[in-house]
Write a protein that binds this ligand. Structure first.
Ligand code: SAM
Length: 426
């Protein structure tokens, strides 16, 4: 079997997993010879074209698999060609139909750019509707990683859906254009340390990892993996396999570029929402997450999914910003609203995890660690003020320094609590 066939089998399987197609009427259009040969064996009604342009004769498709179309780098650098590709895919699909689009791109930047386009593109549908793609995921193809140490061959999975208007935005767009804008990510990494977007960087992360007794045969899911520092640390320190997921394409763009340099085939990355991604049941020994899940609106759903994905006796280790017992100040409420955080109390987390069925559940207040770390980071800021300002700006310096002082204030007022969640599936 050739390499192309193997990668294309992975694509066909991704399509198959998403569609759960059993209907012989389902119509799938495929661009690419190898992908067509594989799909033709799996499905009953498959049409083939050499190019996306050739799809114009097909309508009302349940799915389109456009294999390798993103190998054409000029296509995704040109806004009008990219828009016409997306429009053409959208208008050939039924509502709810899937587009699976793949290719090897130049770098992480290209991944972020493509994801943004797929996510925010809107078009006029029939009967005054607005249509676009619901962004499901963009993942590096594991066959390609294993065979060629290439993290830049990716597949995007998108579903045609209706939107309220051309301006309806998404949470991914909010993250990538607000808190985790490219320049903000760089500044955060400067503060926290290489590879990390969370307090204390690599050293603090090791503190939590050490509690898990990880070995090289095990598999971890890292939710909100950011720019990938923890995933790389786990792969390098323990030899375990890590799948890192994050909804911010700016974050995963950096993680992919770094994986491409480090060539550690134990790590792989997916841009996706943890509430949408699909993993097989009982497929992870650990679910790990650092300072991410206060972004997630539905914690019951989140922990229900984590429980499913864990093997029996699998462990959860999470740090998360949570709500303290103090009277909430107006300033704190504004901070929570601005970042669209969803804070819970420690008791609420305990109740959710026990309700789902976890055997061991320990939710602890580790705010003293956060307070000490934030203070260290403020000291570094002040010592290296000139360097920070020369890399970023004086305005950014003042904003971040004020933000760090505010967080210490929230902890002192018991509005903010840093929680460590440890749980074991029975
Ligand atoms: N864990 C990383 C670290 O320690 O360096 C990054 C932490 S950063 C503070 C929180 C991360 O959670 C961001 O990268 C953000 O994009 C991600 N995130 C937020 N909502 C998410 C969601 N629904 N699904 C997946 N990731 C999400």
């Amino acid at each position: 079997m050739t390499t192309t066939t193997t990668v294309d089998s992975e694509l066909a399987n991704i399509l198959y997993d998403r569609l759960h197609l059993h209907s012989s009427d389902a119509h799938i259009a495929v661009v690419g010879d190898e992908a067509f040969a594989i799909c033709d064996k799996k499905y009953h009604n498959v049409s083939h074209s050499d190019t996306v342009g050739g799809l114009s004769s097909y309508e009302h498709c349940d799915a389109i698999l456009a294999a390798n179309v993103l190998n054409d780098h000029d296509l995704y650098k040109d806004n009008s060609r990219l828009n016409s590709l997306i429009r053409s895919l959208l208008h050939r699909l039924l509502d709810g139909g899937f587009a699976v689009v793949s290719g090897t791109v130049e770098d992480g930047q290209a991944v972020a750019r493509l994801t943004h386009f797929f996510d925010v593109f809107r078009s006029d549908g029939e009967h005054d509707t607005t249509i676009g793609f619901e962004f499901i995921e963009a993942r590096n193809l594991s066959t390609e990683v294993q065979q060629h140490q290439n993290w830049l061959r990716l597949v995007w999975v998108l579903r045609r859906t209706q939107f309220e208007s051309h301006h309806e935005t998404t949470f991914r767009d909010f993250l990538d254009n607000h808190q985790y804008k490219g320049s903000c990510v760089d500044a955060y990494e400067w503060i926290f340390g290489p590879g990390f977007i969370s307090p204390g960087g690599a050293k603090e992360n090791l503190h939590y990892l050490e509690k898990l007794q990880i070995n090289s045969n095990q598999r971890m899911l890292d939710i909100g993996v950011g720019i990938g520092g923890s995933a790389m640390q786990v792969a390098q320190t323990y030899g375990a396999e890590v799948v890192g997921i994050d909804l911010s394409s700016n974050m995963i763009a950096v993680a992919l570029d770094r994986a491409q340099k480090a060539k550690n085939t134990k790590v792989s990355f997916v841009i996706t929402d943890v509430l949408k991604v699909e993993f097989a049941a009982a497929s992870f020994d650990f679910v790990y997450s650092r300072d991410c899940i206060h972004h997630i609106p539905d914690s019951k759903k989140l922990f229900g999914r984590i429980y499913q994905w864990l093997k029996p006796h699998g462990k959860v280790m999470i740090t998360v910003y949570s709500q303290g017992p103090g009277v909430l100040s107006e300033k704190f409420k504004k901070y929570v609203k601005e970042f669209q955080y969803n804070f819970h109390t420690l008791q609420e987390y305990t109740t959710i995890l026990k309700g789902i069925g976890f055997g061991v559940v320990a939710v602890d207040d580790v705010s003293d660690r956060l307070k000490a770390t934030l203070q260290n980071e403020i000291d570094k800021f002040e010592r290296q003020k000139d360097e920070f300002i020369s890399k970023f700006s004086e305005e950014k310096y003042n904003v971040e320094l004020t933000g760090w002082h505010s967080k210490i204030g929230y902890i002192k007022e018991k509005n903010l609590v840093w929680a460590q969640i440890y749980a074991v599936k029975s």
